[in-house]
Design a protein around this ligand. Structure first.
Ligand SMILES: C[S@@+](CC[C@H](N)C(=O)[O-])C[C@H]1O[C@@H](n2cnc3c(N)ncnc32)[C@H](O)[C@@H]1O
Length: 299
């Protein structure tokens, strides 16, 4: 909230409603007189927010969509500029623990992993149809899993016998595809990285974040702020690079002695380095352990 700085009467967007924790804090600060737009691609989050924020009438608008479409969403609502946007990317506690959509290897659920039930590809589709190399590349790139090749090979071998349809089945295949010594040494469940990778691919999370980062600046009022909470180094890199590019302005090659492009900085960085949660916050909320916050202000 310090970085986002919601003020009474302001117009703010929460692009990732989730359980509505951040939204409640924003609404509390901008009302009366403010306008709040909450977006989530998961209908469960929208339904929860409808109940939670029903007292605010027209001042609160809830939109079931992807935040990658934020420019079109605001245009449709006739909102020409906002004072702040927050996105807190990743999975909500509800999705992980209560959605029944196969986000967690700790439960035996159908292999779905779509945050938006209207999405055209499920995790089951990906693990049963992708060529082995593509599967391995996804697990390596999005999961940073060094045993990706062996895992992909084991998945393909298993699916040739019968399709893989549940999280428990997939978690088992992954576990037995990894060297037992490596499994014993790991602090996290052996399927953690592969599950994360498949989820990122199913929801095309990085593409959507890139689209959002390309559009946010045009939607902020001068002095308006963007705060992004990310959980994955690839997400953080996208956010960091875009904010840095906008804060630098000049796009001349480094070897140019003076600037000839004349591009001015468009944002001020509010966080030089990504802000990490303090130990007591992680103790209270272990899911926050890998969160990184970056924020900037439109000049
Ligand atoms: C970590 S939770 C947000 C938690 C929330 N800040 C709170 O305080 O309860 C992430 C939420 O963002 C949603 N989400 C993730 N990526 C999204 C995207 N590209 N567009 C819209 N919603 C997204 C998920 O469906 C999920 O509900």
């Amino acid at each position: 909230m310090t970085a986002l700085d919601p003020k009474q009467g302001g117009t703010f967007v929460d692009g990732t409603l989730g359980g509505g924790g951040h939204s409640a804090l924003i609404i509390d600060r901008i009302m009366p007189g403010g306008r709040f737009i909450g977006i989530d691609q998961d209908m469960d989050a929208i339904q929860n927010a409808r109940k939670r924020f029903s007292d605010h009438g027209e001042s609160v608008t809830l939109v079931h969509d992807n935040f990658a479409n934020i420019a079109a969403i605001l245009k449709d609502l006739g909102v020409s500029g906002v004072d702040g946007i927050l996105v807190d990317i990743g999975l909500s506690q509800h999705q992980l623990e209560g959605s029944g959509r196969g986000f967690s290897f700790m439960r035996d659920e159908p292999l779905d992993m779509r945050m938006d039930a209207r999405g055209d590809t499920t995790a089951e589709d990906l693990v049963n149809t992708l060529p082995e190399k593509e599967l391995a590349d996804i697990i390596f790139k999005y999961g940073e899993e060094r045993f990706s090749r062996g895992i992909a090979r084991a998945i393909v071998k298993k699916r040739q016998a019968s399709p893989i349809t549940t999280t428990a089945e997939l978690a088992d295949i992954i576990r037995y595809a990894m060297p037992a010594k490596a499994v014993a040494k790991q602090k996290i469940h052996p399927a953690t990285r592969s599950f994360q990778a498949i989820r990122i691919a199913v929801n095309r999370e990085l593409d959507r974040l890139e689209r959002f980062m390309d559009d946010f600046l045009g939607l902020l009022n001068p002095g308006g702020r963007l705060c992004v909470l990310s959980f994955h180094s690839l997400e953080d890199r996208i956010v960091k690079q875009k904010m840095k590019e906008l804060a630098t302005g000049c796009t001349c090659p480094k070897q140019f002695p003076i600037c000839t492009c004349g591009n001015e900085p468009k944002v001020k960085l509010l966080t030089r380095k990504a802000v990490r949660p303090a130990d007591d916050e992680v103790a209270e909320n272990p899911m926050a352990r890998s969160t990184r916050l970056r924020a900037c202000e439109k000049l």
